[in-house]
Design a protein around this ligand. Structure first.
Ligand code: F2B
Ligand code: ZN
Length: 246
């Protein structure tokens, strides 16, 4: 489309709708292996777009390997996208269905590239695990994050956050879809291997409402609630979504 949110000449933009029946089972896809070290967790900050939990990515202590990936990727941060109400909020959709929120765990290829900033510019530079959040039971692992959110209510606020293992936010079901895509916020670089978990995690209404108490704005500015921080769906173009399951 000609909207400014599509970069000129972009052929692999994200997010996309995942049409379940059009995805192609690939028997050569491996199980995704996730090994995170909770001591690499650094802090939570509100960057004016989402809230991010950042990790020390100076070593290979927190990595993913396998799945569609050629080598291992280092965890740098995770963040969420959500809506003002539960009817929408996720970036990806499944058969045109929105979830109320979506978690992104962002990893970079430290085997081939010297820094995250370099990897962001390369076609195989990043791997992002996407996990859908659906309304249901309270998620105890998420609650430790939710309890910290009042401290990062305003843009550019940060608090120390340690000993958190984000694998508690990833469903144990191994099934995923994967496709070649991009960052969903500027610079929208086409450097992401997306790994979208088929099964959502359940969170309760209070936990989703806690996300919606965050602000896009800095302290002292007129308050604007941080909601609907998801990018519109992008054209699939000449891409196939593969599934790890039949
Ligand atoms: N929603 S998502 O998972 O697709 C996504 C993941 C990471 C980033 C990011 O790191 N942006 C900052 C950024 C961008 C380019 C270069 C950088 F060094 C950098 F920090 C943006 C979007
Ligand atoms: Zn994201």
């Amino acid at each position: 489309s000609s909207s400014p949110l599509t970069i000129p000449g972009g052929t692999r933009q994200s997010p996309i709708n995942i049409q379940w029946r059009d995805s192609v089972y690939d028997p050569f896809l491996k199980p995704l292996k996730i090994s995170y070290d909770p001591t690499t967790c650094l802090h939570i900050w509100n960057n004016g777009y989402s809230f991010l939990v950042e990790f020390d990515d100076s070593t290979d202590k927190s990595i993913i390997v396998g799945g569609p990936l050629e080598n291992q990727y280092r965890l740098k941060q995770f963040h969420f996208h959500w809506g003002a109400i539960n009817d929408w909020g996720s970036e990806h959709t499944v058969d045109s269905k929105f979830y109320p929120a979506e978690l992104h765990l962002v990893h970079w290829n430290a085997v081939d590239y010297p820094s995250f900033e370099d990897a962001v510019m390369e076609g195989n530079g990043l791997a992002v695990i996407g996990v859908f959040l659906k309304l249901g039971a309270r998620h105890e692992g998420l609650q430790t994050l939710v309890d910290a959110l009042p401290a990062v209510r305003h843009k550019d606020t940060v608090i120390e956050f340690d000993e958190f293992d984000p694998s508690c936010l990833i469903p144990s079901c191994p099934d995923y879809w994967t496709y070649a895509g991009s960052l969903t916020t500027p610079p929208l670089t086409e450097s992401v291997t997306w790994i979208i978990k088929k099964k959502p995690i359940e969170v309760d209404e209070d936990q989703l409402e806690a996300f919606r108490t965050l602000l896009f704005t800095s302290d002292g500015e007129e308050e604007r609630r941080m909601v609907d921080n998801f990018r519109p769906l992008q054209p699939l173009m000449n891409r196939t979504v593969r599934s790890s399951f039949q």
